[in-house]
Design a protein around this ligand. Structure first.
Ligand code: HEC
Length: 118
């Protein structure tokens, strides 16, 4: 009786050891997740001076003062940021509307930049 119990416990022990080590799991080795995309802090925020050069110099000139009636070097003293944004978006009085050409972020950047010119 004693020896049978011993034999049984040996068999149980061996089967536990075998099942434990049998299916070694290599998935963990191959499961290398790529690092998350680096956030280098570079944003694509609209640069008003670049936007001005691309869209506005043909009429307002590189120095912003090509047109006497619309001298942008002092526009911030005459118009608020919102009024400037409306002018850029809607145009009028000889100026073309930019609401289809520039997005709101770009118009916002330009108006803020121009509103500071006093
Ligand atoms: C097709 C020529 C033309 C282009 C291009 C142009 N403008 Fe104008 N802009 C004008 C004219 C003409 C006026 C004067 C309109 C008026 O008297 O109502 C003016 C007026 C303005 C005014 C108001 C100035 C004031 O003192 O009342 C702002 C601000 C302005 N433009 C900004 C811009 C910006 C920013 C761009 C580029 C995104 C631009 N404009 C492109 C012709 C242009």
């Amino acid at each position: 009786m004693r020896s049978k119990l011993l034999l049984l416990s040996v068999i149980v022990t061996i089967s536990i050891v075998l099942s434990g080590c049998g299916g070694s799991d290599n998935d963990a080795v191959n499961n290398t997740t790529p690092p998350p995309a680096a956030d280098n802090g570079v944003t694509t925020a609209a640069n008003p001076e670049t936007l001005y050069k691309q869209n506005c110099t043909s009429c307002h000139g590189v120095n912003l003062n090509q047109m006497k009636k619309a001298d942008l070097t002092t526009v911030g003293a005459r118009l608020s940021k919102d009024e400037i944004a409306t002018k850029i978006a809607k145009g009028g009085g000889g100026m073309i509307a930019f609401e289809k050409k520039l997005d709101t972020t770009e118009i916002d950047a330009l108006s803020e930049w121009l509103a500071a010119k006093k």
